[in-house]
Design a protein around this ligand. Structure first.
Ligand code: FMN
Length: 237
């Protein structure tokens, strides 16, 4: 099973990346192969609205030969996708919005007598802000994604307003891990496996994943110093 995580933040070790990587680790715990992709590793051009042409030309693959096309192909291949964005003015970031618009190429296959290429894919949404608006940003993402035919599992959203300290937001971290766990379990369920879809409240798993993410992202410095120190001290006790 392939689950990909798409980062819509320019910061590869920021709060959004922290929760996204945690979600992917949750999916891995359920046996998924994962891949982390950042929208800032290339250009995702804005949609030019081919869908509105008189003879619709909007179809997969999209006309643009840019990084957005690479991401669309990755989405097409994946069974599960986690969309993670910083909150930029109560909404997803610009590149994330560009990607959603460009995904029309996958959805618009319905016009050509095929199902939407998003149909049956299992998706979740993560947003991280420093103040307010996480519910708007995740709400927007899941509304667009379900309207394209994707499936949102139970507990399919997570958000934190702790900015680059999101990894220390216990509730948001547990929610993010559950996005990964439940995307993977929902994929299994769709294949006929009798797995349950219960939210897993598991502080031990949460703390283990937090430690992995802190160490992988090299967060034991700068603004995370105090929290990280506290965690290390807890470790020794
Ligand atoms: C253009 C811009 C708009 C922002 N708007 C909001 C906002 O509406 N609500 C909020 O909580 N934070 C807002 N922020 C703060 C970021 O969401 C916050 O710094 C977050 O940690 C960024 O995620 P990252 O560290 O993963 O990049 C904004 C930041 C920028 C650059």
């Amino acid at each position: 099973m392939k689950v990909i995580g798409i980062l819509g933040s320019p910061h590869k070790n920021g709060g959004t990346a922290q929760l996204l990587i945690s979600a992917l680790k949750g999916a891995e715990r359920e046996g998924a192969k994962t891949e982390f992709l950042s929208l800032y590793d290339g250009e995702v051009k804005p949609c030019v609205g081919c869908v509105q042409d008189e003879e619709p030309t909007c179809k997969f693959p999209c006309i643009f030969d840019d990084y957005g096309k690479v991401i669309l192909e990755k989405i097409h291949e994946a069974e599960g996708i986690v969309f993670a964005t910083p909150v930029y003015w109560f909404a997803p970031s610009g590149p994330m919005k560009n990607l959603i618009d460009r995904m029309t190429a996958l959805e618009n296959m319905v016009v050509f007598g095929e199902p939407s290429y998003l149909e049956g894919k299992v998706v979740g949404a993560i947003a991280v802000g420093a103040d307010d608006g996480g519910a708007y940003a995740t709400g927007y993402l899941i509304t667009a994604l379900t309207s394209m035919g994707a499936i949102i599992p139970p507990w399919g959203i997570a958000y934190s307003h702790k900015g680059d300290q999101a990894i220390f937001d216990d509730k948001a971290l547990m929610d993010a891990i559950n996005i990964g766990l439940l995307i993977a379990r929902m994929v299994k369920r769709l294949k006929g496996e009798a797995v349950d879809l219960t939210f897993q409240y598991d502080p031990k798993l949460r703390d283990a994943i937090r430690k992995e993410v802190i160490s992988e992202l090299g967060l034991i410095k700068d603004s995370c110093k105090l929290h990280a120190k506290k965690m290390l001290m807890l470790d020794k006790s």
